[in-house]
Design a protein around this ligand. Sequence first.
Ligand SMILES: [Cu+2]
Length: 163
Amino acid sequence: MSFAFICRLLAGTALTLATLVASAHSYKLGSIDIGHPNARPTVAGQTMGGGFMTLVNAGAADRLLSATTAVAASVQIHSMTMDGNVMKMRQLDALELPAGQTVELKPGALHLMLVGLKAPLKAGDTFPMTLKFEKAGEVVVTVNIEQPEAAKAEPDHDHMHMH
Ligand SMILES: [Cu+2]
């Protein structure tokens, strides 16, 4: 085992720990818990990005009415469904948050669509986003820009299964 290899292992461990600490963030607004707001990194020229989080509503039914952020011209609430074998995104007027339920915004499902990105979203960066709920009111959350969980946990995953 070379010295350089050990260095890489140690660096990798430190990075993983830092990522775990940074990613454990959540917000509480009335009876609504907003878990780990995050977005995917984007490349130059890409004008849209996905925003994700977990919304736990411990109280009466509420709705997420809108989201706004300075990094994009607008933020839309999208659902994603399969139409045959074609994924279709549909814009919703609001996101229903039924009483006592958890609504997950995640890739391939419900998500916030950042439309008209003003600059690429860089992994490791964060940006503020304002969420407006019908009953709970408004809150500003910090959105972490990060690679998907699978890619983070197993950086060599694709490589290992290539042969
Ligand atoms: Cu979308």
